[in-house]
Design a binder for this molecule. Structure first.
Ligand SMILES: Cc1cc2nc3c(=O)[nH]c(=O)nc-3n(C[C@H](O)[C@H](O)[C@H](O)COP(=O)(O)O)c2cc1C
Length: 367
């Protein structure tokens, strides 16, 4: 087979199902592919402009069923510096996102807003002070200041306000970003959460802030509005770190958020097909699904090159088999969509020769 010929895996019914309409946490999607959240820093003053709308519209028109936006900072000085990361609660930002959502919908896709607080990663920019669980990094070195209970109450209300703005702006749901070593993950992670109050210690206590945020978001957006939770084992600054040593611990970390109103999981892994724990082939998304009964999005290193689609572990047929085995409901792609806004349409048509392989420099381009 040359790369320009239609891939024979399309003869596979499971592969066809990846490209068929599906439903995810109550959201009707054209297919099972999602765009992963990718920070772009193109929204000066927190306001996404026409270039941001065009960027997302292009991916929607390119066939992706669901878009999860780049991390949108909750509007609090501790969440992130005043740079070009987007916000939501400012009227001009909400209006900008309304245009983005309208254009994505007009192009046939759905869009969820990801809500973000940088935690210790906020430190160092514009003299701002980071808020962290315990004022330390995982190695015990200082990191910002430990948030008080009053601070946490303030943050909870910011998440709720951002979610309310997302709903008004026309988003199809919100996703709470609790992955990759940012604030909420720093609460989930034993190494950075050394608190002795009700927000630290047991897995249930470490999960308490996430659950209280979800409860406040749910109260703000009402029943029926999709609320997702993105979680990961790895941290951007430590790929081997974990929040859960075994599935029971993962269950204890996820359950409070589910009880508080999460309806969709997004399990971020470096390689989506790899087993999450010893002793079972189950992936992180698969465990999330099994432990909570919720639908899950998987993500991580799918489709980075056309050739990788011929790898037996990462082919469309392999993806279809994992989906049929209950590992995930939808699969997100990040980096492949930077240079290939039409990735889904190309792959659906078997036009693998049209795909541009991912390279790091593509992260600097915004089109
Ligand atoms: C440029 C860039 C920015 C990212 N920004 C975010 C973000 O804002 N929020 C988030 O949860 N993940 C973020 N990620 C992680 C991606 O969502 C995704 O999990 C990761 O790139 C792995 O998927 P991929 O192999 O399909 O790219 C970012 C990744 C990249 C490459």
């Amino acid at each position: 087979m040359t790369l320009t010929e239609p891939t024979p895996t399309h003869a596979d019914a499971g592969v066809d199902a990846l490209f068929a309409p599906t439903e995810l946490a109550g959201i009707a999607l054209g297919n099972a592919f999602a765009m992963a959240p990718m920070t772009r820093f193109r929204s000066p003053g927190g306001v996404p402009g026409p270039d941001v709308a065009a960027y997302y519209r292009r991916r929607a028109a390119g066939g992706v069923g669901l878009i999860i936006t780049e991390g949108i900072l909750v509007d609090h000085p501790s969440a992130g510096a005043e740079d070009a990361a987007p916000r939501l609660e400012r009227p001009a930002a909400e209006a900008g996102w309304r245009i983005v959502a309208d254009q994505v919908h007009a192009a046939g896709s759905k869009i969820i807003a990801q809500l973000w607080h940088q935690g210790s990663e906020r430190e160092g920019f514009d003299g701002g002070v980071a808020w962290t669980p315990s004022g330390v990094r995982e190695d015990g070195s200082p990191a910002g200041r430990a948030a008080t209970i009053a601070d946490l109450d303030e943050l909870i209300s910011r998440y709720a306000a951002a979610a309310g703005a997302a709903r008004r702006a026309g988003f199809d749901g919100v996703e709470v970003h609790a992955a990759h070593g940012y604030l909420l993950d720093e609460f989930l992670w034993r190494a950075t959460n050394r608190r002795t109050d009700r927000y630290g210690g047991t897995p249930r206590n470490r999960a308490r802030l996430v659950a209280e945020i979800v409860a406040a978001v749910r109260a703000e957006v009402g029943a029926g509005f999709p609320v997702g939770l993105r979680f990961s084992q790895f941290k951007e600054r430590d790929f081997d770190a974990v929040i859960a040593d075994h599935p029971d611990e993962l269950a204890a970390l996820l359950t409070p958020a589910v009880e508080a109103g999460v309806t969709l999981l997004h399990a971020s892994a470096r390689r989506f097909w790899r087993p999450a724990f010893d002793g079972s082939p189950r992936t992180l998304a698969g465990w999330g699904r099994e432990l909570t009964g919720l639908p899950a999005i998987a993500v991580g290193s799918f489709g980075l090159s056309a050739a990788s689609l011929a790898d037996p572990e990462r082919s469309l047929a392999a993806v279809a088999r994992l989906r049929e085995a209950g590992e995930f409901d939808a699969l997100a792609l990040g980096r492949p969509l930077l240079a290939n806004p039409c990735w889904v349409n190309h792959v659906r048509r078997g036009e693998l020769g049209a795909l541009i392989d991912y390279s790091k420099e593509q992260e600097e381009v915004f089109a």
